[in-house]
Design a protein around this ligand. Structure first.
Ligand SMILES: Cc1cc2nc3c(=O)[nH]c(=O)nc-3n(C[C@H](O)[C@H](O)[C@H](O)COP(=O)(O)O)c2cc1C
Length: 170
């Protein structure tokens, strides 16, 4: 007899990072979400994320660095490749945004919010921006090491999304 188990809700965390900060944020978020074993958590680099990944998921975290006042080029490339194939097919799914920035971060948040408004996604948490206080070329290009307390909000965001998806709350 074939017994098909109900499929687990999936949280897709899409990230890009050049000097490590956003990657750590995305990993912390995944760690928080994995506290709920009923949810499948997929952590994917933006360059490896395609339309099928996005269509399959039940909720999203978009994690990007802020570069030159906007999201990173590879994160934008991910939206460029998937925006129209996913249009009208994601209505009402929950999302959150995380940005790692040198001193600002608002530009990247605004851009992502505009794009996913087109997808009719539903924001379920305020954006998280971590500022690494990097404003000289040396500090900007240095590998980032975020502290546990800086990353705590990312873990909490993941836990909230994981629990919410697990319970079918969104
Ligand atoms: C080309 C470039 C442009 C940047 N522009 C901005 C910016 O407009 N605003 C800002 O707050 N930080 C800016 N930064 C700083 C980065 O956001 C910061 O270094 C952050 O750690 C990047 O995330 P990552 O460590 O995940 O790569 C810039 C960094 C680079 C390399």
């Amino acid at each position: 007899m074939n017994v098909s188990l109900p499929s687990r809700a999936e949280l897709l965390i899409i990230y890009h990072s050049m000097t490590g900060g956003t990657h750590q944020m995305a990993q912390a978020c995944a760690q928080g979400a994995r506290a709920d074993p009923s949810v499948s958590v997929v952590l994917k680099h933006a360059s490896q994320t395609d339309t099928d990944d996005i269509l399959r998921a039940d909720g999203y975290v978009f994690a990007t660095p802020e570069y030159l006042g906007s999201m990173s080029g590879l994160m934008k490339d991910c939206f460029d490749r998937t925006y129209y194939p996913c249009l009208e097919r994601l209505q009402g799914k929950p999302y959150a945004v995380m940005v790692c920035a040198g001193s600002d971060g608002q530009g990247a948040v605004k851009q992502i919010e505009r794009i996913v408004t087109g997808w009719r996604l539903k924001a379920v948490a305020p954006p998280i921006i971590i500022n690494v206080r990097a404003q000289t070329p040396e500090r900007i290009l240095a590998t980032k090491q975020l502290t546990e307390s800086e990353l705590d909000p990312c873990v909490e965001l993941g836990a909230m999304l994981g629990a919410g998806l697990g319970m079918g709350m969104f």
